[in-house]
Design a protein around this ligand. Structure first.
Ligand SMILES: [Zn+2]
Ligand SMILES: [Zn+2]
Length: 352
């Protein structure tokens, strides 16, 4: 397979900071789209993977799975995209395409496993990992490329490719809409999109935060009500009131306190990933036939639906733009929750 050497930002070891490196990209095959990357969002998974916090990563590691860019080249059999189109790439760049889940458009649950945008074995370049969006360009099969609608700001659309679909998919799956009361727990990269999307779907949105300083922000993002989760009286006022809770917190927290807020047949879905197991009391789910569930990104068609929905409802992510040279500092700020609400890298900075 023919390759091209390009510039990227990545790390060669778990304890090393990210720095400029060169990587190989395949030249487009007949079904491939070559994308010049303009913007890349910074997801918490990038940091976990760069530092081997979710098991050993493959090095060198180039993170980034909230990619927006322009098509600069297409293979001879590409029918969905042309040169000049604004496109996106999210958390996966391939899957088996044959299993039940792939056929149902739920490629994120592909039985042999989806190919992650970074840190997965590259099917096209054996012995290489896939490299993510902290790079000049990426080559992706057209079936795993998304259209970015014209009226979405390309930089603010980048975080939709992971944070957007991670929250849209469960809200859609659990049929959030008019007449439903929905709790969003945690107001960060995921939670801020959860509030916006749940509101745009027509639900009554209740945001939960540990910090009173986030009340005004939560309202600005679209929450109808805000609850200080450490205040027992405020929590008790919502006992048995919510149809669905989207839990975006990745730190340890008391799940039973939230399950108590669900109505009969209500569900709580985790999209944050706390490091340690969360103890759930049997009676928290037995009484009221409640579900304690989880959700992971979304399929390709669903991701396109989410982008079209966000364009129609005019809900971009709230972003802070950085240069790629600030990425190590951005990771430190991410760990402190010091970002409103997603860092996006202006990839033009890689040319500096
Ligand atoms: Zn992500
Ligand atoms: Zn599959």
């Amino acid at each position: 397979m023919e390759v091209k050497e390009i510039k990227a930002f990545g790390t060669k070891a778990a304890e090393a900071p990210l720095d400029q490196i060169n990587i190989n990209r395949r030249k487009p095959t007949p079904h491939d789209v070559e994308i010049e990357i303009l913007f890349c969002g910074v997801c918490h998974s990038d940091l976990h993977t760069a530092r081997s916090e979710w098991g050993p990563s493959i090095y060198p590691c180039v993170p980034g799975h909230e990619i927006v860019g322009k098509v600069v080249n297409v293979g001879g059999h590409v029918s969905k995209f042309k040169v000049g189109d604004m496109v996106g790439v999210g958390c996966m760049v391939d899957s088996c395409r044959e299993c039940q889940y792939c056929k149902e458009g739920q490629e994120q649950f592909c039985e042999p496993g989806m190919t992650g945008t970074y840190n997965s074995p590259d099917k096209n370049l054996p012995n290489n990992p896939t490299f993510g969006g902290y790079s000049e360009s990426i080559v992706v099969d057209e079936n795993y490329v998304l259209r970015i609608p014209d009226n979405l700001d390309p930089a603010a659309a980048a975080p939709l490719l992971c944070a957007g679909i991670t929250t849209y998919s469960p809200l859609h799956h659990w049929k959030v809409g008019p007449g439903k009361k929905v709790g969003i727990v945690g107001i960060g990269g995921l939670g801020h999109m959860g509030i916006k999307i749940a509101k745009a779907m027509g639900a009554h949105v209740v945001a939960f935060t540990t910090s009173e300083s986030k009340f005004a922000e939560a309202k600005r993002l679209g929450a109808d009500e805000v609850v200080l989760s450490k205040d027992r009286a405020q929590m008790a006022a919502f006992k048995g009131k919510l149809h669905f809770i989207l839990d975006c917190v990745s730190a340890n927290h008391d799940i039973n306190a939230y399950l108590a807020l669900l109505r009969v047949d209500g569900a709580l879905a985790l999209v944050g990933a706390p490091e340690h197991p969360l103890p759930v009391s049997a009676f928290s789910v037995i009484l009221g036939r409640k579900s304690f569930a989880g959700s992971m990104i979304g399929g390709i068609a669903e991701t396109q639906d989410m982008l079209d929905f966000c364009a129609e409802k005019n809900i971009p992510a709230d972003i802070e733009m950085i240069d790629i040279q600030q990425i190590n500092e951005a990771y430190e700020r991410l760990l402190k929750g010091d970002v409103k609400y997603r860092f996006v890298i202006d990839m033009a900075s890689l040319k500096k």
